[in-house]
Design a protein around this ligand. Structure first.
Ligand SMILES: Nc1ncnc2c1ncn2[C@@H]1O[C@H](COP(=O)(O)OP(=O)(O)OP(=O)(O)O)[C@@H](O)[C@H]1O
Length: 223
């Protein structure tokens, strides 16, 4: 695999305090431009692994390398800066700010990097058109449906063209047609830009669309 653009996990271990759920990922590799589905029943640890891969949870052992960066060896500040530049994340609960407009939410991460310029605005327009939410750009997020909010979260995750995209069930609030549009867009975005996509899904029909599948229930059994 390419060391500079891919994701590499080695002997990753994590347990919630109190002796509850634990997970162990002996080895996982994903090249730039490739896509991985995290599958498994509710409670199997999909969101937990996604949080470990993005630096939002700290493992008890093991490494997560994103390109040349050893995610958990960084200082919290360096990890935060890396995440803003290189990671796009679609959270299960979307993590949008209700009192801001759609455009403000999508461009918000740019306020922390640098002011959003013409390039970002053009990318935002392209993404929101493809997601059929461009007519809502000046609307507050609180006025949108769940499915519309989910698509705003997808646009926000992609607008800065991150090398690593992580999405936690990005189709959960969408009907099958809209859901397929979002998945196809995430897949096409990663493949065309040479980025890595890791997506959590419950839907077995989506798995053949991905280059790799990791079944969490099999990992939990060996933890
Ligand atoms: N903060 C926490 N503290 C302790 N246990 C937790 C915490 N968060 C999750 N868990 C437990 O860890 C296990 C895995 O949870 P996780 O959310 O990763 O599963 P999941 O596969 O994403 O589930 P779902 O498909 O329902 O979203 C569950 O048993 C859950 O109860």
């Amino acid at each position: 695999m390419s060391a500079t653009t891919g994701l590499q996990v080695s002997d990753l271990r994590f347990a919630y305090s109190g002796g509850g759920f634990r997970v162990h990922v002996p080895q996982l590799g994903l090249e730039g431009g490739k896509t991985l589905a995290l599958a498994g029943p509710s409670g199997a640890g999909k969101s937990t692994l996604l949080r470990l891969l993005t630096g939002l949870l700290t493992p008890t052992a093991g490494t997560v390398s994103l390109g040349t960066a050893d995610l958990h060896a960084m200082s919290p500040e360096a990890r935060r800066a890396f995440r803003l530049r290189q990671i796009g994340l679609v959270f299960q609960d979307f993590a949008l700010l209700d009192y801001l407009t759609v455009a403000e939410n999508i461009l918000l991460p740019h306020q922390f990097r640098r002011a959003a310029g013409e390039e970002e605005r053009a990318r935002m327009l392209g993404l929101t058109q493809r997601l059929h939410i461009d007519r809502y750009l000046d609307k507050r997020v609180s006025q949108l449906s769940q499915g519309e909010r989910q698509r705003v979260a997808v646009a926000r995750a992609l607008v800065h063209e991150p090398q690593f995209v992580f999405a936690d069930e990005p189709t959960a609030s969408l009907d099958p047609v809209r859901g397929r549009i979002v998945v196809d867009m995430l897949l096409e975005d990663a493949r065309s830009r040479g980025a890595c996509l890791v997506m959590v899904t419950h839907d077995p029909n989506l798995l053949p669309l991905f280059d790799q599948t990791l079944r969490m229930e099999e990992l939990a059994a060996t933890a």
